[in-house]
Write a protein that binds this ligand. Structure first.
Ligand code: BES
Ligand code: ZN
Length: 593
C-alpha cells in the first residue's frame, strides 16, 4: 500500500484485522459498554500492532492465556490515543477487555425523557467518520475491512439492533437481561459498525425490508416507508445485485445528528423523515444507494470522501429519475447547484475543501460539507455525457463488480476510469474537476436546467418587483419547488413578510423540518423576532445538523440575535449529540461567543 490515512494511526505494513468477536454488556446506569473483543488478524503479526482508540479504559490484553505488553500513547483530541501492542511474536488472535468512556464520541446515551415513549432509555452509535475507536480499539480507517459477530447483553424490556444479521435472543447472565446475537459475514470498514438499544418495535415492509422504531412511531414509519422494496429493485438495475441480505430502517429519536446513516443492512434515520406524505424519498434512496457506493466500494481515506458521497448522490439521482421522473431530478439538480455555490462562497472559492480530492486532514469530520456530494455528482454526470448513458451504465456495473468489498483511492478510481472509458479524459477536464478548487467554467459543463424551477424563478423575480406570489400560484407546487423558493428568497425581507410566507406556503400544516430550516433562517436575518420562541423549540428538538447549523449561523451573523445565540445554545445543548455540540461550539467560538 502506498498511502497513509491521516485520520488513523493504522500502519498497514503491520497487517490487518480480519474478524472480531464482541461480547458487549450495555450499562445505562454508568453510560458505558463493557466489552470483551477477540481479534483475528489476516496474518500473524510480528513486532508491534497500532490500533486507534479514544478514551478506552483497557483492562487486559491477552493471547492464548498469556498477557500481552501494551501501552496507550498520549491523548490527542482528534485522533485519540494510539494503542500500541508490543512484541507480538506471530500472534494472529488476541483478546482485549475494556470499558468505553461515558464521553465516547460514537455513543449517545439518551434518558427516557429524550425518547418518543418517555419510558425507556435509548442508546445509539454513530461511527462515521472516525468515532468507532471510541467503542473498540481498531484500525479505524476505511481501508481496512473486517467481519464480526457480536453478543449484546441489554436490560429487560429493551431491544438491541445492529447493522448486522440478527441470529437469536437468549436469556442474559442475570435474570433481568437478554442477549441479542448478531453476525456480519460481509467485511465492513470500522465506520459502518453500528449499534442501537431501546424500546424498539419492528414491522415487516416487504420480503427484504422492514422498519424498527419506538412503538409510538412505528405505525407512521411503516406507512411512510412502505415502498422501500421497490427502491431496491430499481437500485439493483443500476448498480448490480444487493449483496447484504436485508435492508431495514431504524428510526431514531430526534437528536440523531444526520438525516440518515448508511449502516449496512440497517440505515439509521432521522424521525424528521416521517412527513406523513411519503415525501422524503430521496433521503432513503440516498442511504440505500450507499449499500453499493460506499459500503460495497468504499473510499480508502476520508480525502476520497467524494467516491462515497458523490457516487451516492449520482446513483440517488438516477434511481429517483426512474421512480419520480426527470422533471423532479432536474429541479433537484438546480437546487443542488445553488447550494453548492453558496457553500463554496461561504468557505472560499479557492479553499482546498472545495476540491473533490480533499487535503490530508486529521479531523475527518471537518470535511463534512455538501461539496463532495454535489460536485462529485456533477462530475460523474459529465462522465456520463461524455460516453453516453448506455456505456456509462455498463461502466457502473463493472466498477461495482470489480471493487466489491474493497476500498480505493481517487487515484485508483481514475486509473480504472482511464482504462475503461478513455474518451472521458478527452472530453472532460478530469484534472480540474478532481484537483482544482471551485467549479469548472460554466461553459465547460452541462449546468442543470429545470422548467419546474423556471416557475419558481418567476415567482422570485416578481417578489423582487414587489409582487408577492398568490395562493393559486403556489398551490400545486412540488416539495422541491417550495424548497427552491425558500432557498431563492433573499435572507433579509421585510419582517412582516415572514408570517405571510409561512401562511402562503402552509408551512405549519406541512410540518416539514426541512422547510423550517430555511424559513427560520430568513426569520432571523429579517428580524422577525416573534418567531424566537418557536426557533428555540426547533433548535432544542431537531438534531439533524443540516437543518440547524444554518439557523445558528444566521443567529450569530445577525445583530439582534447575536447575543442570544450562546445562552440559547446553553439551554438546548444537553439535548444534542456530541457531534452536533462540537459543530455549534465551533461556530460560536469562531465568532468569539
Ligand atoms: N454518510 C452520510 C452521513 C455522514 C457523513 C456521517 C459524514 C458522518 C460523516 C449520509 O449518507 C448522508 O449523506 N446523510 C445526509 C443526507 C443525504 C440525503 C444527503 C444527511 O445526513 O444530511
Ligand atoms: Zn451519504
Amino acid at each position: 500500500m502506498t498511502f497513509k490515512d491521516p485520520a488513523s494511526y493504522t500502519d498497514l505494513t503491520q497487517g490487518k484485522i480480519k474478524h472480531i468477536l464482541f461480547r458487549v454488556n450495555v450499562d445505562f446506569s454508568t453510560h458505558t459498554l463493557d466489552i470483551e473483543a477477540t481479534y483475528q488478524m489476516q496474518e500473524p503479526v510480528h513486532g508491534s500492532l497500532f490500533l486507534d482508540s479514544y478514551r478506552i479504559d483497557l483492562k487486559k490484553a491477552r493471547t492464548d492465556g498469556r498477557e500481552l505488553k501494551w501501552a496507550l500513547d498520549e491523548q490527542d483530541e482528534i485522533l485519540g490515543e494510539r494503542l500500541h501492542l508490543r512484541d507480538l511474536e506471530g500472534v494472529s488472535t488476541f483478546t482485549l477487555t475494556f470499558k468505553t468512556s461515558p464521553e465516547a464520541r460514537a455513543l449517545q446515551w439518551l434518558n427516557a425523557s429524550q425518547t418518543a415513549g418517555g419510558q425507556y432509555p435509548f442508546l445509539f452509535s454513530q461511527c462515521q467518520a472516525i468515532h468507532a475507536r471510541s467503542i473498540f480499539p481498531c484500525q479505524d480507517t476505511p481501508s481496512v475491512r473486517f467481519s464480526y459477530s457480536a453478543e449484546v447483553d441489554v436490560p429487560d424490556g429493551l431491544v438491541a439492533a445492529m447493522a448486522a444479521e440478527q441470529i437469536g435472543v437468549e436469556d442474559g447472565t442475570g435474570h433481568d437481561s437478554n442477549v441479542f446475537r448478531f453476525r456480519m459475514p460481509q467485511p465492513i470498514p470500522s465506520y459502518l459498525f453500528a449499534l442501537a438499544v431501546g424500546n424498539l418495535d419492528f414491522r415487516e415492509l416487504g420480503p427484504r425490508t422492514g422498519v424498527y422504531a419506538e412503538p409510538e412511531t412505528i405505525e407512521s414509519a411503516a406507512w411512510e416507508f412502505a415502498e422501500n422494496e421497490m427502491k431496491i429493485v430499481e437500485a439493483e438495475k443500476l448498480l448490480g445485485p444487493y449483496l447484504w441480505g436485508r435492508y431495514d430502517l431504524l428510526v431514531l429519536p430526534p437528536s440523531f445528528p444526520y438525516g440518515g446513516m448508511e449502516n449496512p443492512r440497517l440505515t439509521f434515520l432521522t424521525p424528521t423523515a416521517i412527513l406523513g406524505t411519503r415525501g422524503q424519498t430521496s433521503l432513503i434512496t440516498h442511504e440505500l444507494a450507499h449499500a453499493w457506493t460506499g459500503n460495497l466500494v468504499t473510499n480508502a481515506t476520508w480525502q476520497d470522501f467524494w467516491l462515497n458521497e458523490g457516487w451516492t448522490t449520482y446513483a440517488e439521482q438516477r434511481i429517483t429519475e426512474v421512480l419520480e421522473g426527470k422533471d423532479i431530478t432536474d429541479l433537484r439538480a438546480v437546487f443542488s447547484e445553488k447550494q453548492l455555490i453558496e457553500i463554496m462562497q461561504q468557505i472560499g472559492m479557492d479553499s482546498p475543501l472545495t476540491c473533490l480530492k480533499l487535503p490530508a486532514e486529521r479531523d475527518a469530520d471537518s470535511f463534512t460539507t455538501s461539496i463532495p456530494y454535489f460536485k462529485g455528482c456533477f462530475f460523474l454526470q459529465e462522465c456520463e455525457y461524455a460516453v453516453g448513458r448506455e456505456r456509462f451504465d455498463a461502466f457502473i456495473q463493472k466498477y461495482m463488480a470489480s471493487f466489491q468489498f474493497q476500498s480505493l483511492t481517487t487515484e485508483a478510481f481514475l486509473d480504472f476510469l482511464r482504462a475503461e472509458l478513455p474518451e472521458v479524459f478527452e472530453k472532460v477536464d478530469v484534472e480540474t474537476w478532481i484537483y482544482k478548487p471551485g467549479m469548472p467554467d460554466p461553459d465547460t459543463w452541462h449546468r442543470p436546467q429545470s422548467h419546474l424551477y423556471d416557475e419558481v424563478r418567476q415567482a422570485l423575480e416578481n417578489y423582487e418587483q414587489g409582487i408577492r406570489p398568490t395562493r393559486e400560484q403556489v398551490q400545486g407546487w412540488h416539495r422541491g419547488q417550495i424548497f427552491s423558493f425558500l432557498q431563492g428568497l433573499p435572507h433579509k425581507i421585510p419582517a412582516e413578510d415572514c408570517p405571510y410566507f409561512e401562511e402562503l406556503l402552509e408551512l405549519e400544516k406541512r410540518n416539514d423540518a426541512g422547510y423550517y430550516s430555511f424559513f427560520y433562517t430568513i426569520c432571523v436575518v429579517s428580524g422577525y423576532q416573534a418567531a424566537l420562541p418557536r426557533i428555540e423549540q426547533f433548535l432544542g428538538k431537531i438534531g439533524r445538523m443540516l437543518f440547524i447549523l444554518r439557523i445558528f449561523r444566521a443567529m450569530i451573523e445577525t445583530e439582534w440575535s447575536r447575543d442570544v445565540a450562546r445562552p440559547l445554545f446553553e439551554r438546548v445543548r444537553g439535548r444534542h449529540h456530541q457531534i452536533t455540540v462540537n459543530a455549534i461550539e465551533g461556530l460560536l467560538k469562531r465568532a468569539d461567543l
